[in-house]
Write a protein that binds this ligand. Structure first.
Ligand SMILES: NC(=O)c1ccc[n+]([C@@H]2O[C@H](COP(=O)([O-])OP(=O)(O)OC[C@H]3O[C@@H](n4cnc5c(N)ncnc54)[C@H](O)[C@@H]3O)[C@@H](O)[C@H]2O)c1
Length: 374
């Protein structure tokens, strides 16, 4: 089985295990679905699930400019018959016209300038993609009279740093610490505007720290793929902070489950809700697990916290998602983590070549990279 066939099997097995309801499968059959950012870490998993659900009478159109990953590699757009890949930009009218020619019924908007540190380094691009790009997409979606627009919002962009845990949807913070957070929150507000003014059916899904097969390490990527990458290279893991900080790490296919349900249940329309695991894992526990599984003996290295990283703990309530769309996080951290490791090991030669840590680019990792390559 090659890497794509394996990935498809993981997604199919997951859909069977979570018992994706028959009504949902019936609903998706024959639909044409646009997924922006469909070549990304989460999108590349979502498009496989949607390809299964729409069947060959429908299609999944991926619009992605490949900016996160630099180039198309063997797994980011799995070659399935009903997946159509358009390399293009959500800011570009020609690309948008091209994809909306496909008689689109639903839009899943995942394209974003990822993520916090990247937006600190390049604030204008962050706003261009995450705000202007999204407004354009909403306009085209409105003109195309699509049935539903599902937005990949972010828990870190809504709740700020010190609210009560678990984070519930009725809390909002104005004290955001990166342009990414500001722009992702703005994205939700634009969705709400289009819902109110044009009666568009929108759903705001607030993701929490995704991990799992499909995410390649890099200077602007999440902590889990980067830790696995460094541990597999025998390097010490850098912890920015005490390590007692926690995150609500969510297996990527649980997010996919939440998204396909958000596209189906009418109760989701006009709503916002968390998609998370509903459990906390400390950074130090996660780092120790990475080192143990990878057989890495290099000691953990503590660094000062990055200025924008003000969240000591993240834990989301998933009650609202459970109630509205029957979301049920299914994959325990250890199980999802081992799948992630399996995927890394199988694709190690490619991942090693793609991992993107150019020295001098990101103010946060620059010194780190110098030390590691020294
Ligand atoms: N990964 C997480 O932990 C997490 C947490 C909260 C929210 N989110 C949101 O979920 C979405 C998907 O996240 P991900 O982890 O898959 O990120 P990702 O960077 O892997 O995927 C985003 C994709 O969008 C593409 N893209 C970027 N700019 C584009 C543009 N101008 N036009 C077209 N395509 C463009 C990238 O090439 C990439 O493939 C994002 O909107 C992100 O803000 C992610």
């Amino acid at each position: 089985m090659d890497t794509n066939e394996k990935r498809v099997k993981w997604v199919e097995d997951y859909l069977v295990k979570v018992k994706i309801e028959d009504v949902l499968a019936e609903y998706y059959i024959g639909k044409n679905i646009l997924v922006t950012g469909g070549a990304g870490a989460i999108g590349s998993n979502l498009i496989i699930a949607l390809s299964k659900l729409t069947g060959e009478s429908g299609k999944v159109v991926v619009l992605d400019n490949l900016s996160s990953i630099k180039k198309k590699y063997p797994w980011n757009v799995t070659p399935l018959k009903n997946i159509m890949f358009v390399e293009g930009d959500v800011r570009n009218d020609i690309d948008l016209k091209r994809v909306f020619k496909e008689n689109i019924h639903l839009v899943f908007h995942l394209a974003a300038f990822f993520a916090n540190q990247n937006s600190v380094d390049y604030p204008e691009i962050s706003a261009e993609v995450d705000v202007i790009g999204q407004i354009k997409l909403l306009e085209y979606s409105r003109l195309a009279k699509i049935e539903r627009f599902i937005y990949a919002s972010s828990g870190c962009a809504i709740y700020g740093s010190y609210p009560e845990l678990p984070l519930k949807e009725d809390f909002i913070s104005m004290h955001l610490t990166t342009p990414y957070q500001v722009n992702k929150m703005t994205g939700e507000m634009y969705c709400n505007f289009y819902a109110h003014h044009y009666d568009m059916k929108i759903v705001n899904c607030r993701f929490f720290n995704s991990y799992g097969p499909g995410e390649v390490p890099g200077q602007y990527r999440n902590v889990i793929p980067n830790f696995i990458y460094w541990a597999m290279n025998g390097k010490s893991l850098p912890i920015t902070g005490t390590g007692e900080e926690t995150r609500d790490f969510t297996y990527v296919l649980d997010l996919v489950q939440g998204l396909v349900k958000a596209g189906y249940y009418n109760e989701a329309i006009g709503e916002n809700f968390n998609l998370a695991s509903g459990k906390e894992t400390s950074i130090i526990d996660m780092a120790n697990l990475v080192n143990e599984v990878c057989g890495n003996k290099s000691p953990i290295n503590h660094k000062p916290r990055r200025k924008w990283d003000t969240k000591p703990r993240l834990l989301a309530s998933v009650e609202k998602a459970r109630r509205l769309v029957r979301y049920q996080p299914f994959v325990e951290f250890n199980e999802g983590f081992m799948k992630n490791i399996e995927w890394f090991r199988e694709n190690w030669a490619i991942i090693k070549g793609l991992a993107d840590f150019p020295p001098g680019m990101s103010s946060a990792v620059r010194n780190e990279v110098r030390e590691k390559s020294g």
